[in-house]
Write a protein that binds this ligand. Structure first.
Ligand code: GDP
Ligand code: IMO
Ligand code: MG
Length: 436
């Protein structure tokens, strides 16, 4: 649990973003920070996200309980925190209600403290079908999506045929539009889908959805004006951003700072801190370039020690060394004011730890992060080597208390990224965070 005054340090409106390819440990810091904030707002992505939070639970065998949030903002375990699902999210209502139900059975009542944007786009079952068909059609060029329908839902948004949450309030219009969209996609992708089942589900759920529908941009801006403290929860990761990531092996939204602003409707000049979450090594799920990947014994050791298996799909995550070129690109692009380096404890037993510090392609050092996925696949990474610390750091609560070699590793990352590291993760629990 955070020991210091986070508001004094970061201000009233903090954004938390993934700095790499997702799964950096955003959920854990959001949960920690939410204790001192009033509102946590998701801004982008959908149920492709899986944000893990562990809370103390004396009844449980190992003393803690695990929550994985896909759509629900990760700060809602504190009973006075309000959750907001912003306009930038593609919202699969059945997943949201499953999460609400799971929280209820775990003793967490969120009634009266969840709002969903009237402008968020609805993600339907047929978007998942189309996601699957698109992947199969790509064959060996498959993106390796989560098959949660994300790409097709955003495609309907950008194509201006998508259905927004407020349209549920005029059910006849909603019904007609849904039938039309299903007919169009079923024809284009050659599948069968019973639109009536979907319509019946929404008709049944309407009384539960209606009270949640809010102009969340107005709500958030007013709350900020009234002095409330707001956390904006990013999803996915900057290197999966549709504009700035390793296109086409990306998600279909802006996972970087631009998406946090557009997807929450909070004005950029209200933001007081941009905190980047960076794993102390790198991981990636799905296909696409990964310059520092270690498809070898080291990668396997990191995967097993770090439990690197997807929170959403259970797929094994690809593992590799910390990539300072990609991470610096991400820190600059987002204007990160602070970094939480996570899972440093996973490197406890290594003799030598490498950091990728430069990219070379065709014998030349690249000056910036390349646009072309093929260049990223074929470039050569230059590494520096740092000595390991070979001891258990899970008890450290101050960065200054880390063993010397671990401190040096953290300092090297600060230096390479030109951004302060204010938090270092040393375990899964709320209290396992070493602070500056
Ligand atoms: P997110 O999507 O960014 O929220 O990250 P995920 O929840 O998908 O994956 C991060 C995983 O690492 C989760 O299982 C977390 O419980 C775990 N984790 C986060 N921080 C730390 C840390 O500092 N040390 C260890 N050992 N695990 C951590
Ligand atoms: P969190 O928020 C890790 C990856 C998928 C795939 C690509 C596109 O938990 O960090 P999509 O289903 O979005 O069309 O898949 O993006 N991806 C993630 N990887 N963490 C995530 O979210 C991800 N969200 C999407 O694996 O490679
Ligand atoms: Mg995740």
């Amino acid at each position: 649990m955070a020991t210091r005054d986070l508001i004094q340090k970061f201000g009233n409106v903090s954004v938390i973003l993934g700095g790499q390819w997702g799964d950096e440990g955003k959920g854990k810091l959001i949960d920690i920070m939410a204790e001192q904030y009033d509102i946590v707002a998701r801004a982008t992505g959908g149920a492709n996200a899986g944000h893990t939070v562990y809370v103390p639970d004396p009844v449980n065998e190992n003393g803690k309980k695990k929550f994985i949030f896909h759509l629900m903002p990760s700060g809602v375990l504190y009973p006075n925190v309000i959750g907001v699902i912003g306009n930038g999210v593609v919202l699969h209502i059945p997943t949201l209600f499953e999460e609400i139900e799971f929280l209820k059975t775990s003793g967490v009542d969120i009634s009266g403290r969840l709002f969903i944007s009237d402008r968020a786009h609805l993600l339907f079952e047929y978007h998942k079908i189309v996601d699957g068909i698109q992947e199969e059609r790509k064959g060996k060029n498959m993106v390796g999506t989560t098959r949660r329908g994300i790409g097709p839902a955003y495609a309907e948004k950008i194509g201006r045929t998508g259905i927004r949450v407020h349209e549920l309030l005029d059910f006849e219009r909603f019904e007609n539009k849904l039938r039309q969209n299903v007919a169009n996609l079923a024809k284009a992708y050659d599948f069968e889908f019973d639109a009536q089942q979907e319509i019946d589900y929404y008709r049944k759920m309407l009384p539960e959805i209606k009270p949640l529908i809010t102009d969340t941009s107005y709500y958030l801006n007013k709350a900020i004006k009234d002095g409330k403290k707001v956390l904006i929860e990013g999803a996915n990761g900057t290197l999966l951003d549709v504009d700035h990531g390793t296109f086409p092996f990306v998600t279909s939204s802006n996972a970087s700072i631009g998406g946090a602003i557009a997807g929450s409707g909070v004005a950029p000049n209200k933001i007081t801190a941009i905190i980047g979450i960076m794993k102390a090594y790198c991981t990636r799920v799905g296909a696409g370039p990964f310059p520092t990947e270690q498809d070898n014994e080291i990668g396997e050791k990191i995967r097993q020690t770090g439990g690197e298996f997807g929170s959403t799909t259970g797929r094994p995550r690809r593992c590799g060394w910390f990539d300072a070129v990609a991470s610096k690109y991400s820190a600059q692009l987002n204007g990160m004011t602070s970094i939480n380096l996570t899972k440093l404890d996973i490197l406890d037993n290594l003799d030598v730890i490498k950091i990728g510090v430069a990219y070379e392609y065709n014998g030349k050092t690249l000056q910036s992060f390349p646009a072309d996925a093929e260049v990223l696949e074929n470039l050569e990474v230059k590494y520096i080597e740092m000595p390991g610390w070979k001891q258990d750091i899970s008890g450290a609560r101050k960065i200054a208390d880390l063993p010397e070699n671990a401190r040096k590793y953290v300092q090297k990352i600060e230096e390479l990224l030109e951004c302060p590291v204010d938090f270092v993760g040393v375990g899964v629990s709320r209290d396992q965070m070493a602070e500056k």
